[in-house]
Design a protein around this ligand. Sequence first.
Ligand code: HEM
Ligand SMILES: [Cu+2]
Length: 566
Amino acid sequence: MSTATTYRTCPRSGLQFEKNAESLMKANAFIGVVWLLIGGILAIGVVLTRWPAVHWLPADKFYMVLTAHGIDMLIFWIIFFEVAVLYFASSTLLRCRLATPRVAWLAFALMLVGSVLNNVTVFRGASSVMMTSYVPMMAEPNFYLGLILFAVGALIACFVFFGTLVVAKREKTYDGSVPLVTFGAITAAIIAVFTISSGAIILIPTWLKSVGIVHEVDALVYRTVWWAFGHSSQQINVAAHISVWYLVAAVAFGAKPMSERVSRMAFLLYILFLQLASAHHLLADPGLSTPWKVVNTSYFMYFAVLASMIHGLTIPGAMEVAQRRKGYTKGLFEWLRKAPWSNPTFSGVFIAIIGFGFLGGISGVMMGTEQLNMIIHNTIYVPGHFHATVVIGTTLTFMALTYYLIPVLFKREMVLPGLAKWQPYLFGFSMYFFCLVMMGAGTLGVERRHWDMAFGGSPLAYEWPGAAYLMMGLVGIAGVAAIGGGAIYILVTVGSLLFGRRLEDGEVSARFVPLPRAAPTVIAQSYGSAGFAAPGTFALARVFLISFVLYYFINWKYLSTLWGLS
Ligand code: HEM
Ligand SMILES: [Cu+2]
């Protein structure tokens, strides 16, 4: 096997990039951002239609645009970027060459062709089946074929990642166990293999049905298997963005995890309990019995929730410990006040952590509970919840990571740093607000699966409380602000790649360079525990717990008023 390649040690970060891995990371991250751009442009159409006073697009255009928005964002943007993260967590953090670069380019090509084919098909107009593409509603064959090609490409990329771990082990580029960030990425990739296989199991027969070879795909089986894919893919995102949180805690503060062992265990919980948690997507379906649903969502769901809560505690905790060690020990929160708030890598991640936990997490547990689910099922509350997880959690985290990668990976000085500094605040906080008002409107009953909340033209009008219209108007305003925040991100990143001052490569060598002694903690091994010396984080955790309990209680109370006993 030829190993003719070179390694570059970045003078700005101490990270070492192998040539093939570097080009592949750049290509995958870049195409991901292009999909974010397209998905963001489509968001304009979606949001200006759900804003009642504007109600821009007619139904057919709306559903076409919405289908593309969901797929381009949640599948194409996120997964392209995740492939870059996987290559980073293997090749770069383990300082080894990427296994089988040619195969990795093949994976990239399949993903590119698949994503373009899917989108072109959506815009032909006969495939507005939404991201979930539930049968028996059928799209054109190339809609499914595009998704399948994309999935095969992503699966191959996961295997390149695993191969790279093997290379690192065999060539002894690190000793001890892999760093925590790599461990988190391994979790994500294991889940990805399962996820993508489930997607294939259900999309291949559906594709065959669309070309007329298979005659029937059972609707209930479809939904069950589709969600083995749909829910798990969110668990990939969570494992990936949490790995990035640990990475950023390390690069922004030199923070070590409070307890490596606990953090690793928490990643394992995702693998173990993810499938049980998928059931929350089937709560309104007749397939599973009610007692099963109640037991599942009242008990088992919390194992996966526990994992996220552990990370939510240990990551800010690690930042706090690192800051306190630097002398920021006054009161509960000096460590937080003196954090690098004008560095968008840090602020983006911190805004993501808080929003993901408070908005995405609490609403997820509420809606994941069998009985409470019935209050908000198929209302606009649902996209309110998942924009808190996939936009505030995953997307904002990946944006924050990009700011770090512009000088380190892309070797460019960032353009418009003043704008970049504000971007996480604009995007993050307008998204906070967007999610909150969507959830508010959903609690009042505003539907998700109908593009016109006024139900114009229907013989029996429905009288909404005025607040419902108000909140959907606010959804429109907050959505437009968030799109503005997204546009600034694109402007800064693409602008930096095109016009940013070139930075020097750093030393290039033909062999990997072993870890220097003063290596950044993310790549060095770190064992043991930093102790529970994070009182500020514990205060935040108590606020979280109280919000959680209150919100839960309010919803049970609300449920009881809907269900009179007389
Ligand atoms: C600027 C930011 C964004 C805005 C303003 C926005 C807005 C919206 C709106 C208004 C809906 C329609 C809700 C409905 O009527 O059912 C929607 C759906 C959706 N959005 Fe976004 N979005 C944004 C970013 C994102 C991102 C970054 C992702 C994923 C990472 C995403 C994933 C989705 C998905 C999966 C759907 C559901 C599509 C379906 O029902 O098939 N969005 N978005
Ligand atoms: Cu789920």
